[in-house]
Design a protein around this ligand. Structure first.
Ligand SMILES: CC(C)(COP(=O)(O)OP(=O)(O)OC[C@H]1O[C@@H](n2cnc3c(N)ncnc32)[C@H](O)[C@@H]1OP(=O)(O)O)[C@@H](O)C(=O)NCCC(=O)NCCS
Length: 170
């Protein structure tokens, strides 16, 4: 749809057009910022690479990243809403069978947006999407400095090295 026509679309409809039916708006302390979670909007590989650069992860070849995303069960983006160019500021993806098990990978929030509850909102949204698939058990491998981030959200830490964490559907 042409940009001028997009601007005339009512806000709620616009968000659905850009981010899909299942999108979720996040509340942040800065009222001028509109942040939206979506598992339906396509992830731009270059934007994802820039986000991974920003959190200090080493680069992976884009063709391999494309394949990894294609083979993932769930891809979630967090966008700073802008009707012209939404900007990817957070990401997580899951692999798994889509029925019983899933594993979360590549959880990141851009440093400019960290500390505002968005990482927590991102994880909540990931679990909601997995619950909608009726996945029973979710696992992840936390980086050592992030273990408490997951523990505080109720993930069960594997007792020995405390890096592997589990979440069970209620
Ligand atoms: C980990 C990460 C996703 C957290 O995102 P965020 O938006 O800053 O997190 P939130 O603001 O939602 O924080 C939620 C809570 O977790 C706490 N928290 C955030 N990062 C934490 C960390 N590394 N360790 C322990 N607690 C942490 C916050 O203090 C906050 O606590 P509160 O609820 O008591 O206020 C983000 O810091 C990030 O992208 N880091 C770099 C990439 C990375 O390490 N990813 C994880 C790989 S396993």
């Amino acid at each position: 749809m042409a940009f001028n026509r997009l601007l005339r679309v009512p806000e709620a409809e616009l968000l659905t057009l850009l981010y899909g039916e299942q999108h979720r708006c996040c509340t942040v302390p800065q009222p001028e910022l509109q942040l939206v979670l979506s598992s339906e909007r396509e992830i731009d590989l270059i934007e994802l690479e820039q986000l991974c650069d920003a959190v200090g992860w080493s680069r992976r070849p884009l063709r391999r990243v494309r394949k990894a995303l294609e083979h993932s069960l769930l891809r979630v983006g967090l966008w700073r809403h802008d009707p012209r160019v939404p900007k990817l500021v957070g990401f997580a993806r899951c692999t798994g069978d889509g029925v019983v098990e899933a594993t979360v990978w590549d959880v990141a929030v851009h440093p400019h947006y960290q500390g505002a509850g968005l990482g927590k909102a991102l994880m909540r949204y990931v679990l909601e999407r997995l619950q909608a698939m009726e996945v029973e058990r979710v696992s992840l491998f936390a980086d050592p400095g992030v273990v408490e981030f997951y523990a505080a959200q109720g993930w069960d830490l594997e007792p020995l090295d405390r890096r592997c964490a589990f979440w069970y559907a209620p």
